[in-house]
Write a protein that binds this ligand. Sequence first.
Ligand code: BG6
Length: 478
Amino acid sequence: MTRLNKDFLWGGALAAHQFEGGVINTSKGYSVADVMTAGSAGRPRRITDGVIEGEYYPNHMGIDFYSHYKEDIALLAELGFRCFRTSIAWSRIFPKGIEKYPNEEGLQFYDDVFDELLKYNIEPVITLSHFEMPYCLAKEYGGFLNRKTIDCFIKFARTCFERYKGKVKYWMTFNEINNQMNYRNDIFGWTNSGVHFEEYENPEKAMYQCAHYELVASALAVKTGHEINPEFQIGNMIAMVPVYPYSCRPADMVLQVQAMHDKWFFCDVQCRGHYPNYAKKMFERKGYELDITQEDLEILKEGCVDYIGLSYYMSNTVDSTACRDISKAVDSTNSHSVKNPFIHFSDWGWGIDPEGLRYALNMMYERYEKPLFIVENGFGAADYMKPDGTVEDQYRIEYLRAHIKEMKKAVLEDGVALLGYTVWGCIDCVSFTTGEMEKRYGLIYVDRDNEGRGTYKRSKKQSFEWFKKVIASDGEII
Ligand code: BG6
């Protein structure tokens, strides 16, 4: 058998802050992503103190899905998508995060989007928070370092669950909640939790406190969602970057296990409902006395996720004989990380490793025995539109093909339970890490450049027709 089941959720993924636009002249409040300037491969995005006149914020326009949503969804339907993953911009519903009542204009926008998807039988798969905390919560409350932010998030989650309970079945709480483990890189703490960790005396400790409040918020959201509609499937969302030992040297293997603890930490709590022993020992060893109450521990237990959403782009490697300054390490979370000589890298330095996807799926399924959902995988490249209007992105087809092949092996040969696969950035959008438009992932090209100039016209790339056939054949023709 070389086909996947008919109910396998093939589709694409985007995130509100990267493609919606509709930030200026609407009732939406600013989010943490709205104060991030544009950067590039070697030049990080800056986070400004509010929206400053004269600065350029690429997310404010995104690709203007806000006005193009009908046209865009019609294209997704033409691709044969069975699902579409997007997020609800928290600050469109609660512009500051602290209001008592939600913003009806924002709620109506998502009603319109979900109705349009359902018209084509496209299942909405919704992330509650994909780097979109209201800016005011970050600024006034200190983001998730403040326990009060849990209540604000639950108010938002409850509002969404109640409003869309008849339209959305698949939810996720926080996108790539584990990014903030990289607390040295400002963008991750800021977008995950609205916190600049480096401002704290002990940034790592601040990160774990923040993580705890956010894990409680996630568990409470799962619990609340199930009370509102027991049919809901509520998942977490993890950036899965498996770590390899550089060699079969025993010390490399032990190092790999330790490096993987950092990858598993959030997922372990969200799937098992309690802190793993390696984390408890680490808190003890480092003397981290966190604000964790008995009631919090009960909530974690009661709010285990139904499935695991994951993004997969690359793998990393650790070598016990190499130890360099963390700022120079290949993966800035691990001073032992080195380049894997057996794989190639994209122009943005992301290691291309399709077999790593099969490995990751196996590891995750064996560890938790919960259904998995690949909600992001894709290839960022500087596509070129020829004068005749075509975009030949054969390299993207090759990347996706290789990953889908490995995914199929994981399902058909290894027995991994997988709900679906969504191509990241199915329509070109603003890059998260660099803020560039020209790091493109789409099957659909958008005429917009890094500075926001262009007609915003949508065109099908070569990969569009290819992926359409993949879906129509249930993954048999790749
Ligand atoms: C994931 C995020 O980390 O990777 C997305 O969930 C992001 O928001 C995607 O866009 C690709 O990263 P980038 O930086 O290439 O856009």
